[in-house]
Design a protein around this ligand. Sequence first.
Ligand SMILES: Nc1ncnc2c1ncn2[C@@H]1O[C@H](COP(=O)(O)OP(=O)(O)OP(=O)(O)O)[C@@H](O)[C@H]1O
Ligand SMILES: [Mg+2]
Length: 186
Amino acid sequence: MEEKKALRNRIKKLLRSQPEQQRKEGSQRVADILFSLPEWNEAHAIGITISLPHEVQTELIISRGWEEGKQIAVPRVKKGTTQMTFYEIHSFSVLEDTFFGLREPKPSECRQIDGQELDLLLVPGVAFDQKGNRLGYGGGYYDRFLHSYKGKTIALAYSQQLVESVPTDERDERVQMIVTERGVYR
Ligand SMILES: Nc1ncnc2c1ncn2[C@@H]1O[C@H](COP(=O)(O)OP(=O)(O)OP(=O)(O)O)[C@@H](O)[C@H]1O
Ligand SMILES: [Mg+2]
């Protein structure tokens, strides 16, 4: 537990100190690699979060998805529960600021969709290793969701988020693939 916390803090600090220009270029490169993958091109319904400032930026990925006619769904954490609910979004205007700096869909303005219908889920996280082990933000939301999810999973990350080995326990779920600005790990 302490080991996870320490790694989480170390990588978050590293990401927050990344210069804006490097962030921009890294995000663009990650997106370009993603758009070249069959997992992206074959996906019809994609689950994705609205990125936090220090993360690989997802707005341009979402916009590209819309251009390509894909269904884009963004999760919302159900208050007082440990579950995520996915809502289809067609515009950034249906989002609202919730907590921890997150932007989530307004349920009154979006259609809820069953997470199991997503054929690709872009999984956020703080740190990853080359086996696909993942360290998230500590809520266990993705571990719970991924436990029963059957679709494809890809994590988008800056290369600074790749570490030799991520500390894991029996409840941690892996991602199938990691895309960084330096390439693809699967
Ligand atoms: N399938 C599960 N069922 C019940 N509790 C779970 C499950 N998966 C994880 N948890 C619990 O959730 C808590 C947070 O887990 P962990 O520290 O691995 O979070 P994380 O992977 O960083 O978060 P997230 O998945 O939200 O990104 C832990 O107490 C863990 O035991
Ligand atoms: Mg976990």
